[in-house]
Design a protein around this ligand. Structure first.
Ligand code: UDX
Length: 437
């Protein structure tokens, strides 16, 4: 099948690479020529494990090409995936301008029957708007090409995006005509032949809602355990034991019960607000989502509060910050909790020593006065305290002895509960973790 992917950001490029891997003929389109050039040379413009290899394989086989030419991208396509950005707006809803532009472009250029599949995360009822945009453009050009609208949300996580796409927990396809469903079944047939998973065929609004409901639920689970961690601190209980024991209940599950400094990234913060916004526009006050967001913002204040308890005045002190990416396995710093923490440290006059295994290039210009350390261990040298913001596995190799030997004062704020608390305290460190007594 011929598949077009509009927008080769994180979701688009992973989709393009994986569709080529499944044997489809894929064309990726983007307005950004520099991005196109990078991909054409078989590289990825961002850090995503396994994606380079997949793209190289796709390009070498001839099944994956990229272009800035709209006609070449769309002509003859069976399916066009819309993977353009939907950045958050100040009122909480997403900016859907690029989605509308992409739909109009398909209607302008399509030469035969085509399925227009939304993959960008969009609020429920966007499909109806996409259909309207297609019809407007078609009417203006007096064409009668069959265009079916489909919602096919992705559930990929950065850092494991390739695996999540090729071996998903479920595939969700919402369509409002049989042509849309038929074509999408053929798109996923090669994947389902190798990997058995539930295939949820539904209508467009239900598919759109599944995506927002899933992300909002996971975000709420994280905020729930972060709220529990506050009660643990006030009562002397241990949130790690609480989460483990809760997780043994199959109805709850242990995943996404890691207390810390909350969720960041390009999805959860934006999707929680967008879901609240669309619910309110439709007439339902989803106050629970605002509480999820509020608890998440408060979680970011925890490290500075604990730091001040131990250092008193932060001004003039040196603080090491380990991990800047919003989670391990990615160089993405969008909505990363670390940015708020570093911002506060700067505002309060601290000297900062920063390290992240892959996100250093994203932050050099943001914090020109910081010291950029060559390793996590080097970042500790001479610091009065360390704040661990991202639980990169390699930071797990740092021992209490390293911390003790390199830090000026023995203050450890482990905001992701990575290190062994008892071992740190035994080594004479003043160590604190989230929700642990
Ligand atoms: C998320 C969804 O998981 C994915 O299905 C969707 O398609 C896109 O959004 P992603 O943003 O890549 O994926 O990251 P994820 O692994 O879900 O983590 C999100 C944030 O939650 C990170 O900042 C992470 O540190 C935080 N988190 C996660 C916690 O604080 N505690 C946890 O227990 C789990």
């Amino acid at each position: 099948m011929k598949i077009t992917v509009l927008g080769i950001g994180h979701v688009g490029l992973v989709t393009a690479g994986c569709m080529a891997e499944l044997g489809h003929e894929v064309v990726g389109y983007d307005v950004d020529e520099s991005k196109i050039e990078v991909v054409r040379s078989g590289r990825t413009p961002f850090y995503e494990p396994g994606l380079d290899e997949l793209l190289q394989k796709g390009v070498a086989s001839g099944r994956l090409t990229v272009t800035v030419d709209q006609g070449a991208a769309i002509a003859g396509a069976d399916v066009v995936f819309i993977c353009v950005g939907t950045p958050g707006l100040p009122h909480g809803g997403p900016n859907l301008t690029y989605v509308q532009e992409a739909a109009a472009m398909v209607a302008r250029v399509a030469t035969g029957p085509v399925v227009v599949a939304e993959k960008s995360t969009v609020p429920v009822q966007t499909g109806a708007r996409v259909r309207q945009a297609l019809q407007m453009e078609a009417a203006a050009r007096d064409t009668e090409v069959l265009m079916s609208v489909v919602s096919n949300p992705e559930f990929l996580r950065e850092g494991s995006a390739v695996q999540d796409t090729l071996r998903p927990d479920r595939i969700v396809v919402g369509a409002d005509d049989e042509h849309g469903h038929d074509v999408m079944r053929r798109v996923y047939a090669p994947m389902l032949a190798q990997h058995d998973c539930p295939y949820v065929a539904t209508d467009v609004p239900t598919a759109e809602l599944i995506k927002h409901a899933s992300n909002a639920f996971l975000a709420t689970k994280i905020s729930f355990i972060n709220a529990v961690s506050r009660v643990c601190e006030l009562s002397g209980a241990d949130v790690e034991v609480v989460a483990d024991a809760m997780g043994h209940d199959a109805r709850i599950g242990r995943a996404f019960l890691n207390a810390g400094i909350g969720y960041g990234g390009s999805c959860f913060p934006k999707d929680v607000r967008a879901f609240d916004r669309i619910a309110s526009e439709l007439g339902y006050d989803f106050g629970m989502l605002r509480e999820t967001d509020k608890i998440n913002r408060e979680a970011r204040e925890w490290p500075m509060r604990r730091l001040r308890e131990h250092l008193w005045n932060v001004a003039g002190k040196t603080v090491a910050v380990l991990g800047v990416a919003f989670k391990p396995g990615t160089d993405d710093i969008r909505e990363a909790p670390s940015l708020d923490i570093i911002g506060e440290l700067i505002e309060e006059g601290a000297n900062i020593r920063l390290h992240d295994p892959v996100a250093m290039d994203q932050i050099r210009d943001l914090f020109p006065d910081a010291h950029f350390a060559a390793s996590g261990v080097e970042a500790l040298d001479g610091a009065h305290a360390v704040i661990l913001c991202t639980e990169w596995p390699e930071y797990g190799e740092i021992t209490p002895a390293d911390l003790k030997a390199r830090l000026e004062y023995p203050v450890v704020i482990d905001a992701r509960n990575l290190w062994d608390l008892a071992a740190m305290r035994d080594a004479g460190l003043t160590a604190v973790q989230v929700g642990r007594g």
